[in-house]
Design a binder for this molecule. Sequence first.
Ligand SMILES: Cc1cc2nc3c(=O)[nH]c(=O)nc-3n(C[C@H](O)[C@H](O)[C@H](O)COP(=O)(O)OP(=O)(O)OC[C@H]3O[C@@H](n4cnc5c(N)ncnc54)[C@H](O)[C@@H]3O)c2cc1C
Length: 431
Amino acid sequence: MLPRTPEETAAVVRALAAEGVAFVPRGAGTGLSGGTLPVGAPVMVCTSRLQAIEAIDVANRRVVVQAGVVNAWISAAVRGHGLHYAPDPSSQPACTIGGNVAENSGGPHTLKYGVTTNHVLGLELVLPSGEVVRLGGAVEERVGYDLVGLAVGAEGTFGLVTRATLRLVRNPEGYRTALAVFDSVEAASEAVSDVIAAGIVPAALEMMDRLIIGAVEAAYRIGLPTDAGAVLLVELDGPAAGLDGLLAEVDAVCRRRGAREVRVARDDAERAALWKARKRALGAVGRLAPSYCTQDGVVPRTKVPDILRAIAAAAERHRLRIGNVFHAGDGNIHPILLFDERNADECARVLAAGREILEACVALGGSVTGEHGIGVEKIAQMPLLFSPDDLLAMTRLRAVFDPEQRANPHKVFPDAKVCVETRTPRRQVPV
Ligand SMILES: Cc1cc2nc3c(=O)[nH]c(=O)nc-3n(C[C@H](O)[C@H](O)[C@H](O)COP(=O)(O)OP(=O)(O)OC[C@H]3O[C@@H](n4cnc5c(N)ncnc54)[C@H](O)[C@@H]3O)c2cc1C
């Protein structure tokens, strides 16, 4: 179903409710945990045609958008007012606000500015019964339970998001964007902890290792050092007066950890080239192998060196090539496991290595997803984090919104009724 307005969406859901039919919400389909896979739900309701930016309130720095508005459209629409929408997933030219809300998406600049939940003031939700509810509102302070906070990250299991009131952020007066070049990922990840420990919160702190640098450079030719073990992309923003001092501190911290070079973008064009390389890194990975699987986990920032060692060990144990490109400042890891999906043995090894990496994240005090959600892909890992009682409590909470479990059924929670078998990475089938 492709409704064109929030009202049509509610009408569709009412019709489904009358027949007791389950449905899968879908935005742009860029999700990376199988959240839009139709498992036991015969109807898919796409909110991608709900494309209106309904109100731009410059004075109060907020915007009301429909769920199908693409993330990057918002900043483009308010650029002239010196504002932007801060959460910036690398998929932002394609992914929609409905999907961002459902996944509580992050991005490179969420280190300083926070993830989606920190920028949603209010939501309009079509419950699976067809009833339309408004959670939160236009003002910052709310009384009562934080129902918006609850609905953000619900992965479509509370119903369909149709409208969102989002916070806008003032553009910083200036930026300094630098590329610190290291001989090893260990040194680069120690530098990440040191930068934060020095009291500096960069707007972004992103890491790419040698495998990824090679692929990105081959694709975009911006002069990345292909012999480096790792690079850190560091962005500082804020009042122009303080930026050079901060940059000097970051430079010193990186060099103390053995950075052989800290290149500073000289102008907007160089800054844009560095960000293009980072945000399109996944696209470049296609040069390295016929197939790849992007894992997603999170560890406390100080444990980044440990998890990178665990990833390298998993690669060796399972005879795989694994690259790393990730939001290092958040401890949010994205190991990229390269393989050929025509090779069944290699597929099995990728799945085993992915599981071991997630287990290592949990053992280090982290979690099985940093930003891509549970979907179907990580249902089996939920018991690593939650007791049966925890899971039951969450299922009961979900039932307040969706007592019949018709909105995105068989997602997020382990479910005795349906088994989703992962035969190859990213190719799950309901069985
Ligand atoms: C190249 C690439 C880079 C990426 N980079 C990042 C990144 O930096 N950070 C990050 O967090 N993610 C990233 N992602 C993952 C993905 O883009 C995000 O999860 C995004 O928010 C999904 O939005 P979508 O509109 O594509 O949603 P979809 O994929 O269509 O759906 C995702 C989930 O949201 C639910 N959903 C969708 N629309 C609605 C709605 N209107 N109401 C209720 N539920 C809904 C679906 O049921 C599903 O469970 C990346 C993906 C790709 C392909």
